[in-house]
Every structure is written in C-alpha cells, then in structure tokens.
Design a protein around this ligand. Sequence first.
Ligand code: MN
Ligand code: MN
Length: 285
Amino acid sequence: MPGLLFADASSTLDDSDFAIFGVPFDGTSSFRSGTAQAPERIREASHNFETFKFEHGEDMESIRYCDLGDLEGFKNVDLMMQGVEAFSSDLVRKNKFPIALGGEHSISPAIVKSFEDIGVISLDAHLDFRNEYEGEKNSHACSTRRISDSVGVEGVVPIGVRSMSKEESKDAEELGLRFISSYAFQKNPNMKETVERALKWMGRERIYLTLDMDVFDPAYAPGISNPEPFGLEPIEIKRCINHLSDRLVGFDVVEVSPPFDNGNTSALAARLVREVIMAVWKAQM
Ligand code: MN
Ligand code: MN
C-alpha cells in the first residue's frame, strides 16, 4: 500500500464502485523517463481539491471508491502486461470501475484486454500506431496498435493527434484506423460533436477512455515524457469525460513525468480522475 491514498478513497474494495490503482512502470520510455514517479505525485496532488464539485452539485465524499496501491516490481514489459491484465480482470469481474494511474502508455492495452465488447477512445498527441518500436511490440509508442489487436482497428479512435511517423500514417490508412487530429479539432472545436463522431465510427455501447497527458498543450501539462506543441486545452478533456460519462467502463491516465513537472501536470491528472469518478457516478450509479 502507498503511504498516501488518493483523496477521499476511503471505502473498502467490496464497498466500492470505483477502484484506483497505480502502475509505476516506465520500462519502454523512449525520450525522457520518470513516469514511474507519477502515481505517487498524482495521489499527492489529489488532496489539493475540494470534495464538493459545485458544477455537479455533488460531493466526492458521497461516492464509494478505493485506492488499492501500486502494482510494481515487474521485471519487463511482458510481465507487467500479464500482471496488470490479471489484476484489472479481477476488478471487472467484481463489477468495479477500474482507474489506473500510470506509468507509461504501455499499461493501457493490458487493461483494455480485461474487457469484452468495448470501444476505446485514446486522448493522445501521438498516434501510437507503430507495430513495434525499437524492437518492442509492447512499447508505449505502440499503445493504439496493441489496443486495436484486442478491440479491432475499428474499435479504437485516437483524438488530439498531431504526431506520427510516415509508416504509421500509411498503416492507419491501409488498416482503416480513424482518428481526429488536434488540427481537425481546432478547426471545429466542439467536443460533443467530436465524441459523437468517434462513437458513431466505433458503433460500441461501452467505452474505455485512456488519457495520455501529452494530448494537452505542453503549456498546460509540461511534465510529460514527449512534449508536443499545438495541443488541447484542459476544459475540452473535462467536456469529453462528461459527454462519455454514461457509457464509460474504465479509465487510465498515463505519461505524467514528475521530474519535468512544475506540479500542474499531476494536479490536472488528479483533477481529471476526480472528474471521471464524479461524472460516471452521477450518470451510472
Ligand atoms: Mn501515448
Ligand atoms: Mn503521447
């Protein structure tokens, strides 16, 4: 168990609707590392916020959720994926809504595998559609590709993209991966329409949301592994969560890198975890 739990996570697992866990894994990071420190920093930042969410008219203290601590000590990415999938599958079987604090984006495909019959929205500056990166198929640079292995290429839609290799671009076209770039969004900055378009493409009732913190403009979220200019504003991702709240089945936030953070990135991550809990609880529980 961590020294500090996520704020207001005061229920037992049995009593909880939501279960938070950390995966401080950064074994495949390609540019600058440090995401292993993120779960602890996000938990610390979570205590910064009021329990009352006035815009929802509800209090976080009314919601039953727990923080199960960190899954750690994995010797390589394959063992991490096995461990995370098994852990997440157990939560899903128990009808708990999993919320993972990364770690890097390589953790998300493992959580997605614990569900059946879902679609996935990936909020990310990067397409993450390489079949392998530096010889590693489970690299954080391949998260969309590995997710598509389990939900189908038509079952995942990245939003906020503004970086990809020529090969990824070609693969996306050939395999039929649809995405909404940051530029397309800025041209018509309507998150509700954007989400509806992604849902229509996927045709899935239940949605898993993965939030790579580099989807934000680096001005808002400087503490990340691979900063990429021309990103989204935080309020847009809050809107995205609210539009999806009645159909979300799980959530993760990845790629916060505390060594490069001034505190704002982990605060934003923590606040959006709280937004997911509040919005999904209001819509579904
Ligand atoms: Mn990513
Ligand atoms: Mn990214």
